[in-house]
Design a protein. Structure first.
Length: 454
């Protein structure tokens, strides 16, 4: 199979212009579905549609469809009728099929499901659509091997062969009781070393790591990392095995979540890509920019109220960027630590006050060091100007304490309110700390000018 780098996009564009379908079909047949999807991103929509229709292998075609970015996939699906989409879904695993159907409009979903030839798969898809897409139930698939605990090893192998005919990959063999409740996992080694065991329940590994259908995806990802799993069984409220989640699905979800969190932390309100339209990117980026403008206006109004003091002691104005920058940096650092802890499961909301206490201690140490450094600087650059020196040093001390505590509390509060805490690592923290830091500075400076008159 060729690597994507062996196929020049200009070559594809040339074949499209010449209408050389046979040569293009030959090129595509030698590529992996993921490489074809990457190729599609470099060509126009018309060229992508032309290439997609040239793929002869239906399974490869379905795989290419799922490898595409969501926006590119939607564009191709718009030109398909429900019957075509239904045929593609027949070739997909249930978890991928559910993902595809969820991208369709509500009125199209039912019609597409009616065109799925495999009635059993259609039923599984309908069941899976009932789960929230951000839970284990919404991520799982139903393709897996399950055997009864009372089977002998020879009968178990026969049953496995029967079920394996319809599966692309086999991760684990799940053992269930007569009611379908998950009892254990049968390792391959046990099949080899105990070929004639009377019942597989005597050699299975009991109490495997499993997850409930309503478990949030973030918790599922943590369990996969914690236990080094490649697949995890999913059970319902009474312990019945209903599906499994595979590591590739978890990796996709973690990547998407990381991208969303990174954009949110950067002040981008919705999921956009570099090749999205100018309008879409502007719409996603403008809200926080406008909020930043409002924050700047508030800061200017605060300074206007202390214009006389600043005019009398111009040195005070020199340290305004330092106060705002330090508060913003400290706040982002504190919130980033908390958000990371919440994401990887090392920080629990039950330990919130312990984390706040630890943050206060860290803030005190940082504040002392920063204040001492700025006092030494002012001692040499502003000799005898004790009002400015004390105003800057004390303000920095207070700003560091406030920014640290605020940066710690905000993500914890957002997590408690079921709002993405990544919001706390973005412009929200920076703008708030800029405004509050400025208020602290001008108030303390006014007081210090009275205590240390020049």
């Amino acid at each position: 199979m060729k690597e994507f780098t062996d196929i020049d996009i200009e070559r594809i564009e040339e074949l499209f212009e010449n209408g050389d379908s046979s040569a293009a079909r030959e090129e595509l047949s030698q590529l992996h579905p993921a490489d074809i999807a990457e190729l599609f991103r470099g060509v126009s929509l018309k060229e992508a549609e032309w290439l997609f229709n040239l793929i002869d292998n239906k399974e490869q075609k379905a795989d290419v469809l799922m490898e595409l970015d969501e926006e590119d996939r939607k564009k191709l699906l718009e030109d398909m009728d429900p019957e075509q989409i239904g045929h593609f879904i027949d070739l997909l695993d249930t978890d991928d099929a559910v993902d595809l159907i969820q991208e369709l409009d509500e009125e199209d979903r039912e019609e597409v499901i009616q065109h799925i030839d495999d009635v059993e798969q259609a039923g599984d898809i309908v069941d899976l659509l009932q789960y929230d897409e951000d839970t284990a139930g919404g991520m799982m698939g139903t393709e897996m091997i399950e055997v009864n605990e009372n089977l002998s090893m020879p009968d178990c192998l026969k049953e496995m062969r029967r079920q394996a005919e319809d599966l692309d990959d086999i991760y684990y063999v799940y053992v269930v009781d007569d009611e379908g409740r998950l009892k254990g996992v049968l390792p391959l080694k046990k099949m080899i070393t105990h070929p004639s065991v009377s019942k597989i329940k005597h050699v299975m590994e009991s109490d495997p790591v499993s997850v409930h259908v309503d478990t949030p995806i973030d918790d599922v990802a943590i369990d996969f990392e914690k236990y080094d799993l490649v697949a995890m069984p999913v059970v319902d409220s009474i312990g019945r095995l209903v599906g499994q989640i595979t590591v590739d699905d978890v990796m996709d979800e973690v990547r998407e979540q990381s991208e969303r969190d990174y954009q949110l932390a950067s002040g981008i309100t919705s999921d956009v890509d570099a090749d999205d339209s100018v309008f879409a990117q502007t719409k996603a980026r403008l809200p926080w920019l406008l909020i930043g403008v409002v924050g700047g206006i508030v800061s200017s109004l605060i300074l206007a109220g202390f214009e006389a003091q600043l005019a009398a002691v111009t040195a005070l104005a020199l340290f305004i960027p330092l106060i705002g920058g330090t508060g913003g940096n400290v706040g982002v650092q504190a919130s980033a630590i908390v958000v990371q802890g919440l994401a990887n499961g090392r920080l629990d909301l039950k330990e919130a006050w312990r984390q706040v206490g630890r943050s206060v201690l860290i803030a005190l140490l940082n504040a002392v060091v920063i204040s001492v450094v700025i006092m030494i600087y002012c001692f040499f650059t502003l000799p005898g100007d004790y009002a400015v020196t004390m105003a800057v040093a004390v303000s920095l001390f207070a700003v560091v304490i406030f920014a640290t505590v605020f940066g710690t509390l905000v993500p914890l509060t957002l997590e408690k309110l079921k709002i993405n805490p990544a919001l706390a690592t973005g412009p929200f923290i920076q703008i708030t700390n800029d405004v509050v830091g400025l208020i602290i500075y001008v108030c303390l400076a006014t007081w210090m000018l009275k205590v240390f008159p020049s």
